[in-house]
Design a protein around this ligand. Structure first.
Ligand code: AMP
Length: 193
């Protein structure tokens, strides 16, 4: 089984690269942000609760997020493992994930892959995307810079924990899509038993 925690700041190409890894290794992606958005769209109780935090740009409480993740991990799947996207975001969630993967899947986190892209390139990419996507949070330089800053502030403690376990791998996220994809695949191949 391959279980990947995928890190990447906004604009790093994480979505595209996650898709490549999913296809290559037959993985199931679990994105807590997507799950919250789905629940908000369907106006579920969980969605209503999450919305009160998400709209303010705050993290949804750990317990709520972790319970939702457990439900998703427990669903039967034909995949060879998981890509965790947007989770864990706190030290508490990192410990919870380790326990869930052990207890539910009888496995462990294989690697934490982190796409590295310089801030100035991220700002440039996001503002360009904003010109065509109409996404409000991609259209203003100050907001874009703040999202990047927030990302690093939140993920720092999680990265530290994976570094301590020797599971943290940085991959240069600047270059062609295919080239970056090959580098990520090579890292996964290294840990595949
Ligand atoms: P994302 O699409 O991953 O940027 O997530 C969108 C929003 O959902 C975040 O700004 C948080 O409010 C919430 N969220 C997603 N994942 C988590 C998580 N692991 N812990 C707490 N809140 C989360």
């Amino acid at each position: 089984m391959i279980n990947i925690v995928l890190f990447g700041p906004p604009g790093s190409g994480k979505g595209t690269q996650a898709q490549n890894l999913i296809e290559k290794f037959n993985l199931k992606q679990i994105s807590t942000g997507d799950l919250f958005r789905y629940n908000m769209k369907n106006d579920t109780e969980l969605g209503q609760l999450a919305k009160s935090y998400i709209d303010k740009g705050e993290l949804v409480p750990d317990q709520v997020t972790t319970d939702m993740l457990i439900e998703e991990v427990k669903k039967p799947t034909e995949s060879n493992g998981f890509i965790f996207d947007g989770y864990p975001r706190t030290a508490n969630q990192t410990e919870a994930l380790e326990k869930i993967v052990k207890e539910v899947l009888n496995s462990d986190i294989s690697v934490c892959l982190s796409l590295v892209v310089e801030d100035e390139i991220l700002v440039d990419r996001l503002l360009k995307r904003g010109e065509t996507s109409g996404r409000v949070d991609d259209s203003n330089e100050e907001i874009v810079r703040n999202r990047i800053k927030e990302y690093y502030a939140k993920t720092a403690e999680v990265a530290e924990l994976y570094k301590k376990q020797g599971k943290y791998v940085e991959v240069n996220g600047v270059g062609g899509i295919e080239e970056i994809s090959q580098k990520l695949i090579a890292e996964v191949e290294k840990i595949k038993k």
